[in-house]
Design a protein around this ligand. Structure first.
Ligand code: GLC
Length: 491
C-alpha cells in the first residue's frame, strides 16, 4: 500500500489517510470536473451568442422557442382553470382559482403516478392515461355537477415548436422519454381527442413549458423576477424577449415592443462541443442515451444524469487495474445503467459523520458494496465535484440571459428537485455568479436565483388566464382556436 499523503480538503483532516494512488485519482477528477472562473466567463460569453443565434432566422443549437405567452401577470388575473403537468414521474392535475385579491390563488390538486412503461410505450397509451387521470379528477372533485368547459393550461416540458400557444410540435423527446409517433407531431389534437372520447369538458388554452410556468408564477408575486429556471430531472430556462429582438418572427410583423416569453431549451447548449469541458464520462452518458448528440449541456447538469456520471466514474476506477477500488467485490448493481440517481449523491454530500458512516451504509444497502475509508473519501469528493460542476455551469446560463438582456440586477425563480433538494446547489450557483460578474465582496448579490412559486400549477393557470385576457383585448396573435378558447371561458 502506498504511503498516505496529507492534503487540504473541504473536510478537516479527511484526506490524511488516503493512500497516494487514490489521492492522485482524486486530483485527476478535480482537474476534470472543476470549472475555474475564467472558464465560467468564457462559457457565459459563448452562451450569450448562442442565445442570440437561436433567435436568428438561421437558428442555432439552442431552440429559443417563442411560446406565444405574450404578457406578464400583474397580479390581477382572475378565473378558474385546470392545470395539468405531465412530468416524468408524476402526472399532476390541479384546479386553480385566481381570486380578485392581488397575487393570491386557491388550489386543489391530485397526483397520479406515471407508470414507468409509459415512458417507452405508445402515444395512444400516453394520451389515454393522461385523459383518464383528468377524468378521474373531475369526477372526484365535481361529482354530480354539470360542468361546462374549463380552460386548461397543459404543462408539457419538452422542446415543442409552437406556431400557436394552443399547439406544439414535439421536436424530440428529452429526459429519457422515447415514445414512438410523437416526435414531429402536434401533441394537442391527440390529447384533445383522448379527452373528448372520455367526455371530459376541457379546452386546452395553453401548452406550457415548465420554465415559462415558473417564470410567470414567480413574476405574479415578485416583479423583479425576470427568468424562470428548472433544475430538476432536466434543466432549462425561460425569459421574456421583445418581439422586435426575435428576427425569426420578423415575417409576422408583430409590434416590436410586444413581450414574448421564450422557452430557451438551453439543455441543447453546445451540442457542437465547442466550449463545455466534457469529461470522458460525459461522452459515455451521451453515447448511451436514447438521443446521442442532443442536450449536451443538460447531460452535464441535470438530475437525471448526476447519478449516472458518478456511477461511471466509480466503475472506471474499479476496472482500472492501477486503482481497483472496491477490489474483489461484486459490482453487479453498480454495473446497471442509471442504478444511482441524484438523491444518492445528495445523501453522500450531507453525511454528517467524520467516518462517513452513512455513505458506507448507503453503498452497502443499495449496491451491496463494502467501501473502505479512503474509498469513502473519494466518493464524497466525487459527489462534491459533480454537484458543484452542475451548479456552476447552470449559473453560466442564468448569467448569459442577464447579459443578453442587459439585466444588472434581477431575480430568477427556480424550481426542480436538484434546486430544492441537492445540498449546497444554491450557494454554489450563487458563488459562480459572483465569479462571472466579478461583484465586489461587500456587494449583496444583485442577481439572485430564488425558489419559485408553483410553476406547473399556478404558472400554467396564469398563462391560460393571460391568453384569455389578450384574446378579449383583441390580440389573437399565435392563438389557433380563439373562438373555442373564448367559449370555454364563458362558462
Ligand atoms: C428538458 C426539456 C425542457 C424542460 C426541462 C426541465 O430540458 O426539454 O422542455 O423545461 O427538461 O424540465
Amino acid at each position: 500500500m502506498a504511503t498516505p499523503v496529507r492534503r487540504p480538503s473541504s473536510r478537516k483532516g479527511s484526506m490524511s489517510d488516503v493512500p497516494k494512488d487514490l489521492l492522485q485519482q482524486i486530483e485527476r477528477l478535480e482537474g476534470l470536473f472543476t470549472v475555474p472562473q475564467e472558464k465560467l466567463k468564457a462559457i457565459t460569453d459563448h452562451f450569450v451568442s448562442e442565445l442570440a443565434k437561436g433567435l436568428s432566422k438561421e437558428g442555432g443549437s439552442i431552440p429559443m422557442i417563442p411560446t406565444w405567452c405574450m404578457g406578464i401577470p400583474n397580479g390581477h388575473e382572475t378565473g378558474t382553470f385546470l392545470a395539468v403537468d405531465m412530468g416524468g414521474t408524476n402526472l399532476r392535475v390541479c384546479e386553480i382559482v385566481l381570486p380578485d385579491a392581488k397575487g393570491e390563488f386557491d388550489i386543489i390538486q391530485s397526483k397520479y403516478r406515471m407508470p414507468e412503461e409509459l415512458r417507452t410505450g405508445t402515444a395512444e397509451e400516453l394520451w389515454g392515461y393522461t385523459a383518464d387521470c383528468i377524468k378521474q379528477f373531475i369526477e372526484y372533485h365535481h361529482e354530480d355537477e354539470k360542468l361546462d368547459q374549463l380552460p386548461m393550461g397543459f404543462t408539457f416540458s419538452y422542446p415543442v415548436s409552437q406556431e400557436y400557444i394552443d399547439h406544439g410540435v414535439l421536436q424530440r423527446w428529452t429526459k429519457g422519454f422515447d415514445i414512438d409517433g410523437v416526435e414531429g407531431v402536434d401533441v394537442v389534437p391527440p390529447f384533445e381527442a383522448a379527452l373528448k372520447e372520455r367526455g371530459v369538458p376541457i379546452k386546452l388554452t395553453a401548452l406550457v413549458n415548465d420554465t415559462t410556468g415558473t417564470l410567470m408564477a414567480s413574476a405574479y408575486t415578485d416583479d423583479t423576477v425576470k427568468i424562470g429556471c428548472i433544475f430538476g430531472t432536466g434543466c432549462n430556462a425561460a425569459y421574456v424577449e421583445d418581439c422586435g429582438s426575435i428576427p425569426k418572427l420578423e415575417h409576422m410583423n408583430l409590434d416590436p415592443k410586444l413581450p414574448m416569453a421564450i422557452n430557451c431549451e438551453w439543455g441543447a447548449f453546445d451540442n457542437e462541443h465547442i466550449i463545455l469541458p466534457r469529461t470522458p464520462y460525459d461522452i459515455i452518458v451521451d453515447k448511451e442515451s436514447p438521443r446521442p448528440g442532443q442536450q449536451s449541456f443538460e447531460k452535464m447538469v441535470a438530475g437525471l444524469y448526476l447519478g449516472e456520471l458518478f456511477r461511471l466514474v466509480l466503475l472506471d476506477l474499479h476496472t482500472n487495474p492501477e486503482v481497483q477500488i472496491f477490489k474483489g467485490q461484486n459490482v453487479d448493481e453498480l454495473q446497471k445503467m442509471y442504478s444511482l440517481d441524484a438523491s444518492f449523491l445528495s445523501a453522500i454530500e450531507v453525511d454528517p459523520y467524520e467516518n462517513l458512516q452513512e455513505t458506507a451504509d448507503l453503498f452497502s444497502s443499495k449496491l451491496g458494496i463494502h467501501v473502505n475509508k479512503p474509498e469513502l473519501e473519494l466518493c464524497r469528493r466525487l459527489a462534491e465535484l459533480i454537484g458543484t460542476r452542475a451548479a456552476r455551469l447552470t449559473s453560466c446560463g442564468v448569467a448569459a440571459i442577464c447579459k443578453k438582456k442587459g439585466y444588472t440586477s434581477c431575480k430568477a425563480g427556480a424550481d426542480g428537485s436538484v434546486f430544492n433538494r441537492y445540498p449546497h446547489f444554491k450557494a454554489r450557483g450563487a458563488q459562480a455568479l459572483r465569479e462571472i460578474f466579478d461583484w465586489p465582496s461587500d456587494l449583496k448579490d444583485p442577481i439572485e436565483v430564488i425558489p419559485s412559486e408553483d410553476g406547473s400549477g399556478v404558472g400554467a393557470a396564469l398563462i391560460a388566464a393571460l391568453t384569455l385576457r389578450r384574446l378579449k383585448e383583441g390580440n389573437h396573435a399565435g392563438i389557433r382556436d380563439p373562438q373555442a378558447i373564448l367559449a370555454s371561458a364563458k362558462s
